[in-house]
Each structure stands twice: as C-alpha cells, then as structure tokens.
Design a protein. Sequence first.
Length: 255
Amino acid sequence: MIRFNYLKKEEKGSKHNPSDLLINFMEVRMRFYPGFIFAAILLVSGCVAATSPNFNMDDLKSKASAGDTTAMLKLGAVYDFGHGTPVDKKEAARWYLSAAEAGNPNAQNSIGSMYQAGEGVEKDLSKALYWYQKAEQQGHPEGTNNLAFLYDTAPGMVDKKKAIQLYTLAAERGFIPAFVNLGMAYARGDGVPVNKVEAFKWLDLGRFYTQNADNNMKAKWLVRSYLDDLKTKMTPEEISQGEALSAAWGKEHAR
C-alpha cells in the first residue's frame, strides 16, 4: 500500500473529523492515513509484495543493501507497519530516506510524510516540504497533494494560491482525494472565490471514482454527504452545469 496524508485534518495523531473533510494525504508512505482510503489508488507497484506472508525478509534486506530502491521502499514499509517484524519507525525512516536520496518518488513522498508527522525522525516541516517537492517534480500524485496540503495549512508556509494550483495538479494526475480537496475549497471559498458549480464538479468526480469503494464505505459516504449538502444550496440550473462539467472532465480524462 501507499502511505498518504489523507483528509485535511489537524495534526498527525488526531482523529479525522468528518465535519472537516478537506482531504490531505499528509502521510503518503506505505499506508493511507488516518485509516480509511479512497479505493481507486490503493497500491504502489510492487509494494504489496512486502506485506505478503510469503516475502523473504533476508532477501529483501539483501536487495535493499545492494541498492535496489524498490526493495528499500518495501523494507521501509515492513518496519513502518510491522509486517513480519516489530514496528521500528527509525529503521523505516532510514530505508525510506535511502530510497528517496536514490531518487525513488514513492520513498520521497514517504519520508516527507515521516518528517511531517515526526515519526522515526524529528518533526521538520521544511524537510517534509523538500521531499514532497522532489516527489512532485517526478509527477507523484500523492506527493503533489501532500505538498499542496503544506501550502494550505502549515504555519509559515501558507500560500493558498499555490495550494489550489497543486491540488488541481494532483487531481489532473489522478489522485482522487485531491478532487474532494478542490470541491471543498470551492464550496467554502478557501483560497478561491466561492463557486458552487466548480465545487459540484470536483465532488461529483470524487463520488464517481469512489462508487465501487465497498471496502471503504466511510470514505465513499463522506464524499456523498458533502455533495448532497452542497446540492441543497444550489439551483437546478447550477446542478445541471456542475453535472456537465463533471461529465466533460471524465470524458476528457477517460483511459
């Protein structure tokens, strides 16, 4: 799995507040934080193997020590979440950092998460920013969303315009939680003028891409609750416009 900073929330360690759903995937490591996910983007290629009961720890360590960045990333996940070994956040951070320094974008995002959360390393938002920027520069969708979150909320780093630009880029890169971040931003006028039609577009896209997320019903229904609430504040004409924008985006980005 991939670790994400999930919905826009308070500090790491606090529980997600359903009344404040702006989605931040602060913890994009080998898991989804804080405990539920949007099902469309669950796996990073190869990472699941590290959580399989059949993986060989000695083989993984050997490959990681030989410089295999994918093995480093997997080993970081093993220590991060205690798959077949006790949880060791410092060791997880060490392997994530090694892979990040070698250019692995998933690891760059992961170590950024650890610096943001202060897990396995001393909390350092400047270093989190640095590694999220590295991941974003390689087109990493989760890292892009996490970078946006720092610009959105981090003390001394707030730049709402840049946050919206990055949330939009993360959405264009296919990161579903960014759809909801944008929808809530437009609904609330947070960093952008209030635009209910644009808000509807992004929340409706979040609804569409989570409709089969039956293993994550909480995420699925939270998106729908926000969309339903927004619709009560819109005219039928505005809803039709939002539906048209959502459909056009989906058609343009169909694969």
